[in-house]
Write a protein of this length. Sequence first.
Length: 420
Amino acid sequence: MKTVLVFLIVFSVVVVIHEFGHFYFAKRAGILVREFAIGMGPKLFSHQGKDGTTYTIRALPMGGYVRMAGYEEEEEIKAGMQVGLVLDQKDTVVKINTSHKVQLTNAIPLEVAQQDLVDALTITGYVNGDESQTVTYPVAHDAIIIEEDGTEVRIAPRDVQFQSAKLWQRMLTNFAGPMNNFLLTIAIFILAAFLNGGSADRNSTIINVVENGAAASAGLKDGDEIMAINQEPVENWAQVSQIIQANPEKELQIEVKRENQTQTFTAVPKAIEAGEQKVGQLGIQAPLKTGFFDKIIGGFQESIAAFFRIIDALRSLLTNFSIDQLGGPVAIFQLSSEAAKQGPMTVLMMTAMISINLGIFNLLPIPGLDGGKLLLNIIEGVRGKPLSQEKEGIITLVGFGLLMLLMVLVTWNDIQRFFF
């Protein structure tokens, strides 16, 4: 149960923060956000704000989404549908009920013949089953549609649709999701620095020794400064870590400076699992810089280091592709299980890494992802006009299909790897 809770909380926080980025900048651009949902699946609760956005909580506590007006939406009202119309005193439609679950006593029953809720803002049909004549009603700009599940959302006229915003506003809205993931990662690393009492000084080779670790067993002490490992000089923490991790269960000759004297110790790094391989762990930590601004700067530095580690991993993936290098929801669940056992700080670090992974992944120029949408924005800027909706729809559909195929393959591979 603890693993499930950790998984749901981490996954939901990362996705909701991502979606809030799209939401915030869409609102700033004058784009109508019709719904901001926390969770997926059937609706549990909804409230329509004065800003026109319907805020919903849904049954499956996994992530969330935003629905922007005109943004990859299907037509909601089609010819032949039975709807109920609520009119104001000027006989203008202010509410359209398409749900069988909601009954409005003051609604006029209408069989829809045609409708235009984007430009003309009219709806035409047969009233009370009288097919001898059609009646056309004007529709208010901010009219409400009651959807099949009972959720109330605003209609999406042309002037508040995504494509009506300026190009730079649409680009910023598309980029805002990954940007929020990066900001979340930075905030978590800064928080971790404060909780840990400082940030690691990675430009130093002075060490703190973990109790009962391989370094402690070898005789190393807090404050020792590592000068060389296996006669290879080291100048920073990255070099120290790289050599240790590359030599699990192998003897290392570690030359240190202690009280102005040079001493050499023999240590054997413990082998620990890291994904599909084993890496060495010596039981040492970098010293901490404890100043207020050191912690903030350290949070930024850790975020930048994590960013480039992922970029390097992507580069390796492109040059030597293997599906075993990818992980989906099952892998995240497995990580959640391990993190839950190790405590809140590990969960916090895992959240940061998942967040920055999601941000980078979404910026890949693949149709269906934010990066693919940004690429289409750039093409529009170069051409001076957008691609036709048909071409853009085909590109997005193909990209989405490939992503779904990749997700299925990755998830199946995760199941095989972790449970069989």
